[in-house]
Design a protein around this ligand. Structure first.
Ligand code: FES
Ligand code: FES
Length: 156
């Protein structure tokens, strides 16, 4: 089947089997390897992308559901050469080790900051609770999100 949607700000049109997940279409048909396949069953969050601004597990979402919608992946987070404040904060806070979970963490955090620019600690934890990391112990990831919030507050 043919699926048309907006991917990282640009219209795309792709042929995919009716049973394909959005994750497989992004990775295999469109060559975007930012979203990762960890568990493949909605448990780890490594495949998180934004669908109309909402964080979704793209491994569970049928690609057909993207028809006519807006999808953003980690590849679409930076603005040209300028990293998103969350990406900068992850680097500064040392919140990346193997990096496998990082695209999903970033997209879940980005969805949070879009709807709650000044989230509480509890809201940050809740937004990231579906994203598993085997490396960092989460403290540096939480620190990075707090740092990005502080940076965004400083902006005029
Ligand atoms: S790969 Fe989608 S939630 Fe784990
Ligand atoms: S940095 Fe390795 S899984 Fe999170």
């Amino acid at each position: 089947m043919k699926i048309d949607f907006i991917l990282n700000g640009r219209p795309v049109s792709v042929e995919a089997p009716g049973s394909a997940s959005l994750l497989s279409v992004l990775r295999q048909e469109l060559g975007l390897t930012g979203p990762k396949e960890g568990c493949g069953v909605g448990e780890c969050g490594a495949c998180t992308v934004l669908l109309d601004g909402q964080a979704v597990d793209s491994c569970l979402l049928p690609a057909a559901k993207a028809q006519g919608h807006e999808v953003r992946t980690v590849e679409g987070l930076a603005r040209g050469d300028r990293l998103h404040p969350l990406q900068e904060a992850f680097l500064v806070a040392g919140a990346v080790q193997c990096g496998f979970c990082t695209p999903g963490m970033l997209m879940s955090a980005a969805a949070l900051l879009q709807r709650r620019p000044r989230p509480s600690e509890a809201e940050i934890k809740e937004a990231l609770e579906g994203n598993l990391c085997r490396c960092t112990g989460y403290q540096d990831i939480l620190k990075a999100v707090r740092l990005a919030v502080a940076k965004l507050e400083e902006r005029p």
